[in-house]
Design a binder for this molecule. Structure first.
Ligand code: MG
Length: 400
């Protein structure tokens, strides 16, 4: 094994459902030994491909794939300017693939390399949406009947889209919503849900950075009586100083971080105990190597993990999440958006959910593969998703 070398690094782009997925394949000098990693930054997919194939390939080819820690750090700083989502995702694709290779060589699942299981499966949360409170309640009950114990409740996507007031003349195109209507609708939703369903179910809510900071403070305070499992992304990363204000006002548990790309974003929130759950998008922070360190930092401060797990994480990325989940003592909950049949066909070995828990398989490495021929039948579409063009009622550009 001393002679093992990286011989190729490739980006594989595919969009079998809605999201453009980017998977990295790292090939080695040992025939048939390769690793897979997730590098999915769906809104800038070809930029990530360029970072991988035009830069990281040159950096990694010829190197020993076992030296993950050293390779991660040297590749991270080798661009000198660093920490952006494009470069972090590209690096994550290689990083996860190196853990996959190491597991295959060792004959062990990645969770064993990360310290072994702390639990057999990871509890997941599902997303219940609805046009009104009764509709949300129906959807919450439907998830509960399938065995889920954690449910994120939203009304009309991320809210406030029902009744946007009159727009100004020549209003610009975009996804209009009304933050005030949204903010007032949420306490009413949870009043309804708790009065009808009770408290023996973990309910969550995602503000999705849709409010100005003081309104986020107010909403967190208003939701306190409903005992949320957590309130997700109450503020954009640009306003993290406001977390202190929320903490001073209420005990609503706070989850933050799906947009984080830089350690300076999470360090003050964790070490000052201003959040309860860290929920980074693993590929956006650079992969398993930095995520394991972040989980360990959080453990020391009583913060649990709730890694980002939407449709714009590839099944390879979901597998990485689950290996971290089962091997982190301070795991909290895992976001789970479900995998389609075609995704499972393209990615054999995808994690399985049963009765509210997601399980890794016990194959060596990440335990997941890719059918490249089938993946190629689903090329990535062009275009800008409308939801990313969020606007307030008067047409002002907002955080999406
Ligand atoms: Mg979210």
């Amino acid at each position: 094994m001393a002679e093992l070398k990286i011989t190729n690094v490739r980006a594989i782009l595919t969009a079998p459902v809605a999201s453009r997925l980017i998977v990295v394949k790292v090939e080695t000098s040992e025939p048939g030994l390769y690793g897979l990693g997730c590098a999915t930054f769906t809104q800038r997919h070809t930029a990530v491909r360029s970072a991988i194939e035009d830069f990281l390939k040159l950096f990694f080819v010829g190197k020993d794939p076992h030296r993950i820690e050293d390779l991660w750090h040297t590749a991270w700083v080798n661009s000198y300017w660093r920490n952006g989502p494009v470069l972090n995702n590209a690096l994550s694709g290689v990083d996860m693939a190196l853990w996959d290779i190491k597991g295959k060589v060792a004959g062990l699942p990645v969770y064993q390399l990360l310290g072994g299981k702390c639990r057999e499966g990871a509890a997941v949360y599902r997303h219940a949406d609805g046009r009104d409170e009764v509709h949300v309640e129906e959807n919450v009950r439907a998830w509960m009947e399938q065995g889920y114990q954690y449910i994120r409740c939203q009304m009309g996507g991320y809210g406030g889209r029902f009744a946007v007031r009159d727009r100004p003349e020549n209003a610009q195109p975009g996804s209009y919503y009304d933050p005030d209507i949204y903010a007032r609708s949420v306490p009413a939703l949870f009043e309804h849900l708790r009065s009808k369903i009770g408290y023996d179910i973990n309910l969550l809510h995602d503000i999705h950075e849709r409010l100005v900071p003081i309104e986020a403070v107010r909403l967190a305070k208003q939701l306190e009586p409903y005992r949320l499992f957590f309130l997700e992304d109450p503020l954009p990363p640009e306003h993290i100083e406001w977390f202190q204000m929320i903490r001073q006002q209420c005990t609503t548990p706070l989850a933050m971080g799906e947009l984080f790309v830089h350690p300076l974003e999470w360090k003050p929130l964790v070490t000052n105990r201003l959040i309860d759950f860290i929920r980074c998008h693993i590929s956006a922070i650079g992969g398993i190597t930095p995520a394991k360190k972040l989980a360990t930092l959080c453990d020391a401060f009583g913060v649990r993990t709730a890694w980002h797990g939407p449709g714009d994480v590839s099944p390879v990325g979901h597998a990485a999440n689950v290996h971290l989940d089962v091997s982190s003592r301070n795991f909290g909950v895992q976001e789970w958006s479900g995998l389609s049949d075609i995704e499972r066909e393209i990615f054999p070995g995808s994690p399985e959910v049963r009765n509210g828990y997601v399980y890794p398989n016990d194959k060596p490495g990440l335990g997941i593969d890719i059918d490249e021929t089938l993946a190629a039948k689903y090329p990535c579409p062009e275009g800008v998703p409308e939801w990313t063009l969020a606007r307030a009622p008067d047409g002002t550009a907002m955080f999406p």
